[in-house]
Design a protein around this ligand. Structure first.
Ligand SMILES: [Zn+2]
Ligand SMILES: [Zn+2]
Length: 495
């Protein structure tokens, strides 16, 4: 090719580029001194700062940056453009846990390689927005997608739209970004990698802090607060009358966000105070079994959640999620009976390094057998005894499968149900299990450092609760016998 012809071609092509007819052109020269046309879409490279790991190195043009582990969330991002001579830059912001969009703070949008987000722990990214800037911005679309905790890859967003969520409990684990000519459409997903490696170890390598479990003393009901690092989960919220006590307990722990809320089943002694809790705290995900009730307290819960713009999650046995560095696995209900609401109880196992806790709600013997038959690893250190220690739960085979060192019974003093059953206490004692009871110990707080569990109180070594073990009282006017501390017993008692 003669030089004159070549220079005319260069001029022609430059004009084409400048008028935007051919958005992506550049020259390269081959060995014969002949120019060939090569495509040059502006390239996009990006890297992520991963919890406990740090910066990952730059990836580009649709490759994943992030992690393949469940407990390693994104804390910051950096994005750069190779703009191929266009007047083009990239600007981006992140939605940060507990802080919100950076544009709503004095941090503002970031651009061209500066860090958005944080490099510190416990401020994880929840969503991103990315847009092209510069005179040539309209010639291209920038597409991006995020891998959200518990969700997987979300759909492509483009040109400043939000990808991810602005809510709690859905943190980002990975991102993919690609610039394409305007109007070309979203990149294909063929470069997507299987993100979550199901064989990856669930236990984090560097767990931080303790796992703290509070079995709140709320009488003949259940309410349990679980904290790990700056994460919290509530299992049940006692009766309607206990709503304030539960809320105050949570608030007094410095908790304002409940990453997860579990409503084990629709009975009032488990969900009674939950509408108030839903109205009082920021909540990530809320679980409720599929069994329903017609009670007002159940309707109140549905209304509170709907008014908050939230939806319930149904429990799927075998599914896990992370509470900070603790792994929570749903084990039940595998089968349930609408006519027996206790059988619909969500059963949850919480593993923290080498310690395990099992939370059973009011699950019954049939549910216990289902979990044994399913082959789950039920071995735990601490068992929340099912259904307030009733004979309906806690079979010998379930104790054999769980082999707990400690048993917690959430039970009201002088309750009219006769809970816990003497036979349950006997089974626990025969297995040498140390027993804590909310009626005798008050609120029971278990603290695990991952290896050892300590309690705020000492086991009761309680004797079997037989009616004959009590001094029974009769009121001066009454015809019934009452146990001491029974709420039906006025001061005018006669032994
Ligand atoms: Zn129940
Ligand atoms: Zn109950």
């Amino acid at each position: 090719m003669k030089k004159k012809v070549l220079s005319r071609l260069v001029v022609f092509l430059l004009m084409v580029v400048m008028t935007g007819l051919l958005p992506i052109t550049a020259f390269a020269e081959n060995g014969n001194n002949e120019s060939v046309l090569t495509q040059a879409t502006p390239g996009c490279s990006y890297q992520t700062h991963v919890q406990n790991v740090g910066w990952q190195g730059f990836k580009s043009n649709g490759d994943m940056s992030g992690t393949s582990g469940r407990s390693l969330r994104l804390e910051g991002i950096e994005i750069k453009l190779d703009n191929q001579g266009y007047d083009l830059g990239v600007s981006y912001q992140t939605h940060i846990q507990n802080i919100g969009w950076e544009a709503n703070t004095n941090r503002g949008w970031k651009s061209n390689g500066t860090m958005s987000g944080t490099e510190g722990l416990s401020y994880r990214l929840e969503a991103i927005q990315i847009k092209l800037i510069g005179a040539d911005a309209a010639k291209f679309d920038i597409y991006y997608q995020v891998h959200a905790e518990n969700f997987g890859w979300l759909g492509w967003a483009k040109n400043g739209e939000s990808s991810g969520t602005a809510g709690y409990g859905y943190r980002l684990e990975g991102i993919r970004i690609q610039v394409v000519p305007a109007g070309q459409g979203a990149p294909t997903v063929t470069t997507a990698l299987p993100f979550y490696d199901k064989n990856a170890p669930v236990e984090p390598e560097n767990p931080t802090g303790d796992l703290k479990v509070s079995y709140i003393d709320v009488g003949q009901t259940d309410s349990i607060l679980i904290q790990q690092g700056d994460h919290a989960m509530l299992i049940d919220a006692a009766n309607n009358d206990d709503a304030d006590a539960v809320k105050n307990y949570i608030s007094n722990q410095g908790v304002s966000v409940l990453d997860y809320v579990i409503c084990t089943h629709p009975h009032e002694d488990h969900i009674g105070g939950m509408d108030y809790i839903v109205n009082s705290f920021n909540i990530g995900k809320i679980y409720l079994p599929e069994a329903t009730a017609t009670t007002k307290t159940y309707q109140d819960l549905l209304t509170a959640v709907a008014n908050k713009g939230m939806q319930f999650n149904s429990p799927t046995p075998g599914k896990s999620f992370m509470l900070g560095d603790a792994t929570c696995t749903i084990l039940g209900p595998i089968n349930w009976d609408q006519a027996e609401l206790n059988t619909s109880s969500i059963v949850l196992k919480v593993d923290y390094v080498n310690n395990s806790f099992l939370f059973t709600g009011d699950a019954e013997a049939v549910n216990e057998q289902d979990m044994i038959n399913a082959g789950y690893d039920l071995n735990v250190d601490v068992l929340k005894v099912g259904h307030h220690g009733s004979t309906s739960s806690t079979t010998q085979s379930f104790l054999d499968a769980t082999s707990p060192s400690y048993a917690i019974i959430s039970v009201g003093a002088g309750n009219t149900y006769g809970h816990p059953a003497a036979s349950t206490i006997t089974l626990l004692q025969n297995d040498g299990i140390k027993i804590f009871r909310t009626d005798l110990n008050g609120t029971i707080v278990a603290n695990s450092d991952g290896s050892n569990i300590t309690f705020n109180t000492t086991p009761t070594n309680s004797t079997p609760v037989e009616p004959t073990d009590y001094t029974v009282y009769k009121t001066t006017s009454g015809t019934k016998y009452h146990k001491d501390r029974c709420s039906y017993l006025s001061s005018s008692k006669i032994p």
